[in-house]
Design a protein around this ligand. Sequence first.
Ligand SMILES: NC(=O)c1ccc[n+]([C@@H]2O[C@H](COP(=O)([O-])OP(=O)(O)OC[C@H]3O[C@@H](n4cnc5c(N)ncnc54)[C@H](OP(=O)(O)O)[C@@H]3O)[C@@H](O)[C@H]2O)c1
Length: 261
Amino acid sequence: MSMKAAELFDLKGRVALVTGASSGLGTQFAKALADNGAAVALVARRADRLAEVKKAIEAAGGRAVAIEADVTDRAAMTRAFDAAEKAFGTVTILVNNAGIAQSPSRAIEVSPEEWRKVLSIDLDAVFFWAQEAARRMLAAKTQGSIVNIASVLGFGVAKGVAAYATAKAGVVQITKALAVELAFKGVRVNAISPGWFVTEINDKYLMSEAGEALKRDIPMGRFGEEGDLAGALLLLASDAGRYITGATIMVDGGQVVQIKG
Ligand SMILES: NC(=O)c1ccc[n+]([C@@H]2O[C@H](COP(=O)([O-])OP(=O)(O)OC[C@H]3O[C@@H](n4cnc5c(N)ncnc54)[C@H](OP(=O)(O)O)[C@@H]3O)[C@@H](O)[C@H]2O)c1
C-alpha cells in the first residue's frame, strides 16, 4: 500500500458539498478540495458570489457547481443534494461550514428570535445536513466523510456570545454522536475548530483595537490565514484520515488550550 502523501490525500473521484461556500472559510475549503481532485458543490444563499467561486475553481482546472440554498430550508436542502448528485454523483464529502455570528448582547438580553436564528443556522442545520448526507451515503453504500466547522467558542466562552458558543459546543457533540453511529458503515464524522480568521463574519471586530488585543493573546501571535485550515480539512476529508472519526481538530494557533498565568 502506497503511503505517499500525494496519494493518501488525493480526492479524485470524490464529490464534496460545502455549505457557506460564497465567502470566507467556505470558499477556502471549496478551493482546497477542488485543488486536490474533488468535484465540489458550492452552497449558499448569494448566487452571484457562488458563481464567482465556481469560476475561480474552474479557472484553476477544477470542477464545481453552484447551488443556491438557505441551510435552514429543508426543501432547499433536498434540492441541493439532488443537484449535486445530478452534476457529479453521490456526495461523499460534506463540509458543514455555513454559519452566522450572534449580534453581541448580554445573555440576559438575548431575544428568543436571536437565539432561534443563531441556533437554527449554527446548530440545527449542521445536524440536518449531516443527516441528509449520511442517509444518501448509506443508501448508495459508499464511504464518506463529514466535516463540521465548530469554533474555539465551542470550548471556551467570551461575553456576549451565549447563543453562538452554545451552538458550537453542540456541533462538537453532534460530531461525536454521528461518528459512533456511522463508523460501522464507513462514514466518518469529524470537526475542525478554527481560532480567529479574518472574514466577513468578524472583520470589523478583529481589525479594531479590541482585535489587536485579542491577537496578542494568541500563543502564535497572529490570526489564522488563508491556507491554515487546508491541512486539517484534507486530512479529515481524505483517506489520510481513514481511522479518524469523532475527533475535533483545533486549528487556532494554541488559543483554546491556553490558561493565562
Ligand atoms: N472566521 C472565524 O474566525 C471563525 C472562527 C471559528 C469558526 N468559524 C466558523 O466558520 C464558518 C464560516 O465562517 P466565515 O468566517 O467564513 O464567515 P463568513 O465569511 O461570514 O461566511 C459565512 C458563510 O455562511 C453562509 N451562510 C450564512 N447563513 C446561511 C444560510 N442561512 N444558508 C446558507 N448559507 C449561509 C454565507 O453565505 P450566504 O450569506 O451567501 O448565504 C457565507 O458563505 C462558520 O460556521 C463560522 O462560525 C469562523
